[in-house]
Design a protein around this ligand. Structure first.
Ligand code: PAF
Length: 285
């Protein structure tokens, strides 16, 4: 498994593999600190594409000034081992200067901004976050020219932004969304789970408790957003150590709130457990 550092190398690799017998190329964009959720994306790519590239890049433009960019877990050697075991053919691990050539002077000058969507859900709490995500994903898609790119449903608002962006820019890559992978007790896999202390790890289960309660209530026939959100609020109220950022029911494509849940509506939560911000969601049946 090769490790590529430049856009030119990645593009050349992708073009050569595609031309070699008409293979399809899969890209799994990540920020490293790979876990079972990422493993499922790499596996999905390996199963449906001839060749798979995994990018590992902690993207500075998607972190706010007081966020965890500096301490974001960096586990490159373990990431390479996991990616190789799941069938990755190359790792793309560029420097900041490689992906942001203007960074020496102004940090970055060209951005992709998905207006409207970028300010909803996590974008509301983390101004500039989705502009950074859309910008780096555009750069990665232009560099790798993949047939398919794989993302986790865990980051459901990110998925909405990326889908809108690839449609608006008429990019040729198909966006594939893979299910949320959970710990045995239900906590959604996240690279940030390592920040949780043992007691916070228990408190973090409030998110999945709220989601399961809402799914059950919706399945029993309660489709009013106000009632579903109130049920989730009740569950968070019983765990005051967990501070809610948002609890919302939205249309997954527009991220606009809906009053009545329909099949495919996105129920999403974000909450702080200690200083760690966690997100989770369910697509209602
Ligand atoms: O989901 C992530 O890990 C990141 O937001 C992504 C898509 C790799 C962009 O940096």
């Amino acid at each position: 498994m090769e490790i590529l550092r430049t856009v030119a190398e990645l593009r050349q690799w992708s073009r050569e593999e595609r031309n070699d017998g008409g293979n399809t190329i899969g890209l799994v964009p990540t920020m490293g600190a790979l876990h079972a959720g990422h493993a499922s994306l790499i596996r999905a790519s390996h199963e449906s594409c001839g060749f798979t590239a995994v990018s590992i890049f902690v993207n500075p433009t998607q972190f706010g000034p007081s966020e965890d960019f500096a301490r974001y877990p960096r586990t490159f050697d373990a990431d390479c081992a996991l990616a190789r075991a799941e069938g990755a053919d190359v790792i793309f691990a560029p420097s900041v200067e490689e992906l942001y050539p203007a960074s020496a002077s102004t940090f970055a000058s060209t951005f992709v901004d998905v207006e409207g969507l970028s300010n909803r859900l996590d974008g509301q709490s983390r101004p500039g976050h989705f502009r950074g995500v859309a910008t780096v994903v555009t750069k990665l898609l232009i560099a790798a020219e993949p047939d398919r790119a794989f993302f986790g449903q865990k980051d459901a608002a990110q998925v909405a932004v990326i889908r809108r962006m690839t449609t608006d820019l008429r990019l040729a890559t198909e966006i594939v969304v893979c299910p949320i992978i959970r710990e045995p007790d239900g906590l959604a896999m996240s690279s940030r789970n390592v920040y949780l202390s043992p007691i916070e790890r228990v408190q973090a289960l409030t998110l999945i408790r709220a989601i399961r309660a809402v799914e059950a209530l919706a399945a029993s026939g309660e489709r009013r957003s106000s009632a579903l959100i109130a049920a989730a609020q009740g569950i968070f109220a019983a765990e005051p150590a967990v501070r809610v950022d948002y609890i919302t029911l939205v249309d997954w494509a527009t991220l606009e709130p809906v009053e009545i849940a329909i099949p495919g509506s996105l129920f999403a939560v974000a909450a702080y457990v200690g200083t760690t911000r966690l997100i989770d969601n369910a697509i209602l049946a």
